[in-house]
Design a protein around this ligand. Sequence first.
Ligand code: ADP
Ligand code: MG
Length: 243
Amino acid sequence: MHKNILKVTEIVKQLSGVEVLYKVSFEVGEWEIYGFLWPNWAGKTTTMKCIMGLITPENWEIEILWDKTLSTQTKSKIGFMPENTYLYKYLTGREFLRFNGKFFWLKWENLEKKIEALLEKVGLQEAGNKYLAEYSKWMLQRVGLAQSIINNPKILFLDEPMSGLDPIWRKMVKDLIVELRNEGTTIFFNTHILADVESICDTFSIINRGNIIVQNKRVKDLQKSLEDFFIEEIEKSNNSLEN
Ligand SMILES: Nc1ncnc2c1ncn2[C@@H]1O[C@H](COP(=O)(O)OP(=O)(O)O)[C@@H](O)[C@H]1O
Ligand SMILES: [Mg+2]
């Protein structure tokens, strides 16, 4: 087991007076690909926003990159692709990446090289000088992904990165995740696509209605098909929540 790069302890979060996270706890080891599952409305995005410091929970302890305070130094080593990225429509792809890169004090030539490499990685070289207003949905997803790794993050958070139905996009994102992990990045991603967990994750947790119902499970320790395992766990959890 590697050292834990992320340790989340008992997050409690209310939204509009309703508790949407109940003591959410889990741990992510360094260099893992970690999947956070599963149903819609479970609390995945809310958990990720708490970890990123975008919203403040009622109760929590979050240690990320061995820091409990989410310092600026720590933030500079984190990458994040939100579910719906807000993008400045009147910047070109290149300008958008340049704008984001400047937050990380990258040297000018290094940044320009990095931007070209990223555009190539996500298949947008040709579109780099077009305004984002002219991008299609899948192109916006790609530029959002490129943005999230411009700082060579130590840990990368992706909220439903494979939710587009396009199989070519899904394959590209999966390959990229594996490539990044092989280069030393830890990846934590939200998903409801089981096949993607099975094919690339080392470890996963399942959250259902704000409760962690399976915690830090190794994919290779599964005794049955992933699908059967999930359905059983969700049914058990729904039954016990209703009683
Ligand atoms: N701004 C909000 N105000 C009130 N409830 C919210 C708000 N945002 C999300 N929720 C509720 O929080 C729960 C978890 O949502 P979310 O974290 O987006 O789930 P997921 O990402 O797993 O689909 C849902 O029940 C949702 O309705
Ligand atoms: Mg979500």
